[in-house]
Design a protein around this ligand. Structure first.
Ligand SMILES: N[C@@H](CCC(=O)N[C@@H](CS)C(=O)NCC(=O)O)C(=O)O
Length: 239
């Protein structure tokens, strides 16, 4: 049985990490048996989660997990799609991971109130006198990562311009379909499902969430994906 090493449920989501939700969606789409176990970043080969252990083989990173499932288990996540659609979905996935992800990180980690509502929980096992210090240190590192990646160099208004363009692209690429793959989910749906669930997390005060909410087809999509794959974490349109 494949073991999925992830963070585990938090923030009212199956996982605080969209990459871990994506990896779990890939496993669900593959139909292979798996179990979720609590991951340990210190032992993770890339110091990040998710990773899987499959018959003694460790595979780190959600994209390499996909490649492993394809190569080792003969899964074609994009069955029935032509090369152009496959390419479009791959590009969409990387837009989510390389840009949208950082917009979500910025909102969750850099805003004091959002940090207190969510990520602060990761540090609750740190002894109370040390906790503010450790939190400040880790948030400084996240700020450096955001700056290094580039998104942290933009103003919030600029980030939202980029976010709107990304969301409009998602709307166009999804079109009238139920899933990016058409009537059935494809590999890209693991990424889009994960990121829309993360974006719509109601725990945070999020301008990005409001941008997603302004695009009802994306909210309907997130509801559809969560109802089908995570019935205990169904995303509903805001009242
Ligand atoms: N490219 C990786 C990204 C995974 C990733 O960024 N994981 C984050 C959580 S969202 C992580 O483990 N961060 C821990 C750290 O940076 O210390 C993938 O696709 O799996």
């Amino acid at each position: 049985m494949i073991a999925l090493h992830s963070f585990g449920p938090a923030f009212g989501l199956p996982d605080p990490s969209p990459f871990c939700i994506k990896a779990e969606l890939l496993l669900k789409l593959s139909g292979l048996p798996y179990q979720r176990v609590s991951g340990d970043l210190r032992r993770a080969p890339k110091r990040k989660l998710p990773l899987i252990v499959d018959d003694g083989v460790t595979v780190a990173d959600s994209s390499f997990i996909r490649f492993h499932l394809e190569n080792r288990h003969g899964i074609d996540f994009d069955k029935g799609l032509d090369a152009e659609r496959r390419g479009t979905l791959w590009a969409l996935e990387k837009m989510l991971e390389e840009q949208v992800y950082w917009i979500i990180v910025d909102e969750r980690w850099m805003d004091d109130a959002n940090f207190a509502r969510g990520p602060a929980d990761f540090f609750k096992t740190v002894p109370a006198p040390l906790r503010p210090l450790v939190c400040a240190m880790v948030r400084r590192q996240v700020r450096r990562n955001l700056y290094g990646q580039g998104i942290g160099r933009h103003s919030q208004a600029e980030r939202l311009v980029l976010a709107a363009r990304a969301l409009d692209s998602l709307v166009a690429i999804l079109g009238e379909r139920d899933y990016l793959g058409g009537d059935a989910p494809a590999g890209g749906d693991a990424a889009l499902g994960a990121f829309m669930m993360a974006a719509l997390c109601p725990l945070f005060d999020s301008a990005f969430r409001r941008q997603v909410e302004a695009r009802p087809c994306l909210v309907a999509y997130a509801t559809r994906m969560s109802e089908r794959f995570f019935p205990e974490y169904v995303v509903r349109p805001a009242a």
